[in-house]
Design a binder for this molecule. Structure first.
Ligand code: HSE
Length: 392
C-alpha cells in the first residue's frame, strides 16, 4: 500500500524531500509499513533536468482534488503558501512544512483548521532545520514546565559572525562571502536583521508557553548589521564571542527577544560556529538540554520535513492532541521593562552606582539586571563606548 503525497514548491527544501524519500524508500516503507509515493510536484516552473520532472504539474486544482493524503508546503512566504495550506487543510489533507514565516504569522488559524478537518499541520523543519526540536518540546519534554530557551537559530548570521571572528573581516565582506557560498540569500535582510530568528523564537516560545501565542511582531528583534570588527575584538578580549541569540524566559509576561549577545566561553553556545544552529532548552524537571546540528540546507531540512511525513503516515493523519494555539497573541514583557545582563565598554574605574556590577577587564564592566529603558542613561553617565547583552 502507498500513501500519495504532493510537494508544493520544488526549491531547496522541496527537492531535498523528493530526494530523501527516494534514497531512503526501503527503510521508510519498512518503518511505517507502507510506501510514500510522491504523486505530484506543484510548481510554476519546469525542471526538465530533474529525475522527478515527470511529476511536475502547474495545476493546483488537479493536486487538491486528487487522492493525496499529505501536502508538503515548501513554497515559503505567507501568500501562495497560506492559500494552498488553507486549501489543503480544509480538504482534510495534512500539511507538513518548513515555512517559519507562515507558521509564526498564521499558526493559530492553520492549526485550528487542521483540527476542524481531522488532519495535521506539522512544522518540525520550521525551526533549527534538521535539528529535532518541535516534537521534543511537545512530546519528550511534555512533563516539564519550560523555563527558558536560548538559541542560535539562524545559520546565515552565525556564519557571518564566525567569519568576522576567524578572518578579522568586516560585516560587509563576511556577508559577501556568505552569499558567494550560498548560505545567504540575494536579499539577506530577514536573516541579518533578526527577522528570521524572531519568527523562529515566536514558534518556540508559543510552544513553551503552552500554546499561548506569542506573535513575531510583538518580539523585539535586533540583527547583526551594526556589529563591527572592534566589537568582535572586544568580545575576544573578555573571553566571549558575539552570537545572535533568540531568548525566551517563562513568566506571567514572558521575556522574549532577539539580540546580538556576548556569549561567555563557559556557555556551550560559544562553540556553535558557522552555519550550525543550537537551542538550549531548560525545563523545571529536565534542567538544561542542548539541541545542536545543521540548521539549514537541502537534505538536513528535508530530513525534518520527512520526519513529519512519516509521523502523519504512521498516525493515519489523526492530529496530535493539545497543540492548539490561542487566537490572540498574549502579552509579553515590554522591551523597555526587561531586566537584562549587559556588558558596557567603559573605563572600569568608573562607578556603576545602583546596579550589581563586576569588572571583566580594564574596559569592560558586567551590569546585572538593568532594565532596557535605563541603559541609555547608564551609558551617558559613565561615558561608555557601547553596550551589549551578555550570556554566561
Ligand atoms: N535563512 C535561514 C538561516 C534558513 O540562515 O538559518 C533556515 O531557516
Amino acid at each position: 500500500m502507498a500513501i500519495n503525497i504532493a510537494i508544493l514548491g520544488f526549491g531547496t527544501v522541496g527537492s531535498g524531500v523528493a530526494e530523501t524519500l527516494d534514497i531512503n524508500k526501503d527503510v521508510i516503507s519498512k518503518r511505517i509499513g507502507q510506501e510514500i509515493n510522491v504523486k505530484y510536484i506543484l510548481d510554476i516552473r519546469d525542471f526538465p533536468d530533474s529525475r522527478f520532472a515527470d511529476l511536475v504539474t502547474h495545476d493546483a486544482d488537479e493536486v487538491f482534488t486528487s487522492d493525496i493524503k499529505i501536502a508538503v508546503e515548501t513554497i515559503g512566504g505567507a501568500r501562495i503558501a497560506y492559500e494552498y495550506t488553507k486549501r489543503a487543510l480544509s480538504a482534510g489533507i495534512s500539511v507538513v512544512t518548513s515555512n517559519k514565516e507562515l507558521v509564526s504569522t498564521h499558526g493559530p488559524e492553520l492549526i485550528e483548521i487542521a483540527y476542524q478537518n481531522n488532519c495535521c499541520y506539522y512544522f518540525e523543519a520550521a525551526v533549527g532545520g534538521g535539528i529535532p526540536i518541535i516534537r521534543p518540546l511537545y512530546k519528550c519534554l511534555a512533563a516539564n514546565k519550560i523555563t527558558k530557551i536560548a538559541g542560535i537559530v539562524n545559520g546565515t548570521t552565525n556564519y557571518i559572525l564566525s567569519q568576522m571572528k576567524n578572518e578579522g573581516i568586516d560585516f560587509d565582506s563576511a556577508l559577501k562571502q556568505a552569499q558567494a557560498n550560498g548560505f545567504a540569500e540575494a536579499n539577506p535582510s530577514a536573516d541579518i536583521e533578526g527577522i528570521d530568528a524572531q519568527r523562529k523564537i515566536s514558534i518556540l516560545s508559543t510552544i513553551a508557553n503552552d500554546g499561548a501565542y506569542i506573535a513575531p511582531e510583538s518580539i523585539s528583534a535586533e540583527g547583526i548589521s551594526a556589529v563591527t570588527t572592534a566589537d568582535m575584538d572586544f568580545a575576544a578580549s573578555i573571553g566571549c564571542d558575539i552570537k545572535l541569540i533568540a531568548l525566551y524566559e517563562a513568566g506571567d509576561k514572558p521575556v522574549v527577544y532577539v539580540a546580538p549577545t556576548l556569549v561567555d566561553k563557559s556557555n556551550l553556545l560559544y562553540n556553535v560556529c558557522g552555519v550550525f544552529n543550537a537551542i538550549m532548552v531548560e525545563g523545571n524537571s529536565l534542567g538544561q538540554a542542548m539541541f545542536y546540528g545543521q540548521g539549514a540546507g537541502t537534505l538536513p531540512t528535508a530530513s525534518a520535513v520527512c520526519g513529519d511525513i512519516l509521523e502523519v503516515a504512521a498516525t493515519d493523519g489523526k492530529p496530535a492532541e493539545n497543540r492548539s494555539w490561542s487566537k490572540e497573541s498574549v502579552e509579553i514583557t515590554p522591551y523597555d521593562e526587561i531586566k537584562a545582563d549587559i556588558v558596557i565598554r567603559v573605563d572600569s574605574s568608573k562607578a556603576v552606582d545602583g546596579y550589581e556590577a563586576s569588572v571583566l577587564s580594564d574596559e569592560a564592566v558586567l551590569v546585572k539586571g538593568i532594565k532596557h529603558k535605563d541603559i541609555a542613561d547608564l551609558v551617558a553617565k559613565t561615558g561608555a563606548k557601547s553596550w551589549m547583552h551578555y550570556l554566561k
